[in-house]
Design a protein around this ligand. Sequence first.
Ligand code: GTP
Ligand code: MG
Length: 423
Amino acid sequence: MSEDFSALMNAHIDEEITNDNPKVLIDNEDNKYLSNPEEGLILCASLISNSEQIDSHTKRKSEIKRIIEHDFLTHAEQDDNTTGAKTYADLLKWQSKLAEAISFPQLEKSYTVAVGGSFSAGKTRFLTTVLGCPSLLPTDTTPTTSIPTYLFKGKENSIKALNFYGKKTPTDEEALKAICHSFNKRYGVTFSHLLQMIAVERQEFSYSKLIFLDTPGYSKADNIGDSTKNTDENIARTHLRSADYLIWLVDQQNGTVPKPDIDFIQSLGLQHPVLIVISKADKRPENLIREVIATAKVDLERAEINYLDVIAYSAKNAQEISATGQRLNDFLNEINQGKTGSTLLWELEQIFKKYDHHYDSKHQMLGLTHKIINELIFDESISQENRKHLADINQKTKTQLTNLTNVTPPNDISIKIVGYENT
Ligand SMILES: Nc1nc2c(ncn2[C@@H]2O[C@H](COP(=O)(O)OP(=O)(O)OP(=O)(O)O)[C@@H](O)[C@H]2O)c(=O)[nH]1
Ligand SMILES: [Mg+2]
């Protein structure tokens, strides 16, 4: 057996946590969820539990799930609409967006600004500093934020962890440190497969009409492998794609925006130009930081990235280095407008419009064939035998046209999802 294969087969032994495993012993951090195992257990139990009550929202969500997974799939299977698979994938994405909007209604009222970058680029510290609460979230030199964290100004000070069953658990800063960091350090467990998001609401945050999103570093070493898994890279990509605006952080030690970052940004297909921030600017003299900014601009232009600007920022000193020294603030004030309304209905309409397009063009094509054959049948130069063939073909075309009109119109499915006709 080759060395590599043997290592692979014994991977579970390497990872096993025993009393001798230093992973268990290294962390003596003063966190009540670690020092008091019962508190830790209560927190874990509540994070993993299913929603206790089936409220009207939960019922409606499962109804929509049934319509998409049963009604739509049955319809698509009986039909030859080649866009069925794509439409189904789009509907599933839409469904999870809807679930997020139901659990977290603020998302539909405000624009989201996501902060992305490689692991330990300084995303969390940057965001909490810009929002005026520097020590709110855990930051560290080891990977920390595996769960997308939404931060927004609101009427109360609260932290809620939302699991994949839709259950919200009110938590505190200490619990957040345990979830994002200490449990991992002590026991080697992460919660990213259980928690879909953490929502942090604070009265004192700046920018009342924006929702900020702190994402996991996309480039953690343990992400390499199965691209279908819910790795930090996939979590980051999904959330960064759905955000309205993106701020991308690059640690100043890179000297420019590294190629993997450029590739990742390009893969997001952004709707708005990205603001690039060279982070930890206090670690280099200002003139060298300005050189990094200039190099980054050249490299971004060469890669044809649509960027708003490149600035540098020190979260340690809460200070920006740029042409005006105010670029970040100006940008955030400019987009701090609030949304006029939810776009979910519109998005659903677009999904079905593309699906319907297949029927419209097929209808047109069959109609045209029918018309042309009709004209040919009456052409005197056509032999009796050919006329009979044409009549057969015409009959088939007619049947196809009738069948097309009889297929459950997809419109019915969209009405079922929405609960009324969305015109
Ligand atoms: N000197 C200095 N250190 C910083 C600055 N910003 C972040 N750091 C440090 O860099 C390390 C990583 O910071 P985080 O904010 O946790 O980085 P992150 O990008 O959120 O990390 P992950 O979520 O693990 O990907 C921490 O030790 C921070 O204290 C800065 O502006 N100056
Ligand atoms: Mg972080």
